[in-house]
Design a protein around this ligand. Structure first.
Ligand SMILES: [Zn+2]
Length: 529
């Protein structure tokens, strides 16, 4: 008798059967985790391999726990509010009006830029079998040992930075509360004006400056010295610091606006604020996504139309084949800040635009560029921005509900010591930050998994659109400069917001091994009679 894990009847099964069943399920899972073998290729990604494992661990005596896991898993999809890749200004309407119409599509030559191996005719019987595992190994072994060690050290250092960032944020919050600094700033705000919204603004400005200043040592290590140490950064300290200041100014403008809305909700609905605060966050996310490419991104980088037809036209062909309404491709001068390779597709309706960074343009061949751009188009076609916004809303809903419980409890206990009255009191902001910070820290593996699942979707879309398995493998190697290529399955589950290089190369090689018919056709045939 086989039942799925969520079957409600399973709760009535006698314990001994469960023990045997749990052993049957858990033992191979543990063995495979410990064996650190090549992860089994699974078309639906890692999440779906791990989730049943979680359910099976809690068999019959904790159905509420199951619901909790289910809720948690759902909200994990949410934790990434914005796309991983940077976004960029949409095509201004005026520029679009001046754009000459797209040149007529070139004759259909799908494999003009592919590696010759993928060009084989679709006659499986004539083709030597292709071992995708061995091919994956060959790609991975092509990385020099010292480069592999360096990228592993860089990426694994990032695991600790997650912890350090969390600890610093928590420490700053506790410091502001325990020293009554937060209460004093609130008192100052209350003395300055009787308008509640103004009080929030007057509280928010020193709060943002203080937290930025106190966390600056870690910021400067993580984003400046460490990036230079590993050869990623291209900026000297002066321009880098100037950009940090610009970022702070943006935070000082947008932060208070967001907090005024949030505290209006706290005052209006002190018992159900967690529900309405989620709505504020969702509205804030959409507002920010809207203004980010228009007003914020141009402060840091310049976007110019790509003019080289040898690169531009194949990208536009890919876009056209996938119903993405663009007439221009943009290049962003990311090399000002970094050596990383990146690209993105963003915007709404007639503001949709595709951008690749100049590192990608300068360091990569056309097959690699096509592979990356097809992945980005996958994010667009599969509506990933909307999905992530919805997941983000779910994630905050649970986070705020837990925060409400924690806040009420802690204020009852320590409120008088910290000088914090209730949720509508701005002096409690560090406590809200602390609570939501702990929550997001704890769900790091789940939020990474939500992102990784989405990235894997874009990967499979991309490889089917670009048909560049070797280009995809080469790009995976290039991204491997800053991302560990061969993590253990557990490591990938916890820390990876994108599939590992090994997973990506394996996907590319599996695609190559499938050797799909290449779709070359004569445009004059196939018409209705
Ligand atoms: Zn992506």
């Amino acid at each position: 008798m086989v039942r799925i894990a969520m079957d409600p009847v399973e709760g009535s099964l006698p314990a001994p059967k469960w023990a045997a069943r749990a052993r049957r399920i858990v033992r191979p899972a543990v063995v495979s985790l410990l064996a650190r073998k090549e992860p089994k290729y699974h078309p639906r990604g890692n999440l779906f391999e791990k989730v049943p494992f979680i359910f099976h661990l809690h068999p019959h005596h904790c159905r509420p726990l199951k619901r909790f896991w289910l809720a948690l898993i759902l909200l994990t999809f949410a934790a990434t509010a914005l796309p991983q890749e940077p976004t960029a200004p949409p095509i201004p309407n005026s520029a679009q009006a001046n754009t000459p119409p797209l040149p007529p599509a070139a004759p259909f030559t799908p494999f003009a830029v592919s590696a010759p191996k993928t060009n084989a005719p679709a006659q499986p019987s004539l083709i030597a079998p292709f071992d995708s595992a061995a091919a994956t190994r060959e790609w991975l072994d092509s990385i020099p040992a010292d480069q592999k060690a360096k990228s592993n050290a860089y990426f694994q250092g990032g695991y600790w930075l997650i912890l350090w960032n969390f600890l610093i944020t928590a420490l700053i919050a506790l410091l502001l509360l325990a020293t009554r600094t937060s209460a004093r700033i609130r008192d100052f705000a209350e003395r300055s004006t009787r308008f509640k919204a103004m009080q929030v603004i007057i509280y928010a400005i020193p709060y943002i400056i203080l937290t930025a200043a106190l966390s600056f040592p870690l910021t400067v290590y993580e984003r400046y010295f460490r990036e230079h140490q590993y050869g990623m950064a291209t900026q000297t300290f002066g321009p880098w610091f100037a950009e940090q200041l610009k970022g702070l100014i943006i935070a000082l403008i947008l932060g208070p606006i967001f907090l005024v809305a949030l505290y209006a909700v706290f005052r209006a609905a002190p018992r159900t604020w967690w529900l309405w605060a989620t709505a504020v966050v969702v509205a804030g996310t959409f507002f920010f996504s809207f203004i980010f490419p228009l007003f914020i991104e141009p402060i840091f980088n310049k976007y110019t139309p790509l003019t080289d037809p040898k690169i531009r036209d194949p990208i536009l062909q890919l876009a056209r084949a996938n119903e993405i309404p663009v007439t221009k491709v943009f290049v962003v001068d990311a090399s000002r800040q970094t050596k990383r390779v990146s690209a993105n597709v963003a915007g709404f309706l007639n503001t949709t635009r595709i951008a690749l960074n100049d590192n990608l343009l300068n360091q990569c061949t056309l097959p690699e560029i096509r592979a990356v751009m097809a992945h980005e188009m996958g994010h667009y076609v599969l509506n990933h921005i909307v999905k992530l916004a919805l997941f983000s809303a779910l994630s905050f809903l649970v986070g705020f509900a837990l925060t409400k419980a924690a806040f009420d409890l802690l204020v009852r206990k320590y409120g008088s010591r910290w000088g914090v009255c209730d949720i509508a009191d701005p002096a409690g902001l560090p406590l809200i930050g602390l609570s939501i910070g702990i929550y997001f820290f704890l769900i790091t593996p789940l939020s990474n998994t939500s992102s990784r699942v989405i990235e894997r979707e874009a990967d499979i879309f991309g490889i089917n659109a670009a048909r560049e398995p070797d280009g995809m493998a080469k790009i995976a190697l290039k991204l491997g400069i800053y991302r560990k290529m061969e993590p253990t399955p557990l490591e990938e589950f916890v820390f990876f917001d994108h599939p590992s290089g090994r997973s990506r190369i394996r996907m590319a090689m599996d695609w190559k091994a499938a050797n799909l018919p290449n779709g070359t056709f004569d445009p004059s045939v196939g018409k209705p009679k």
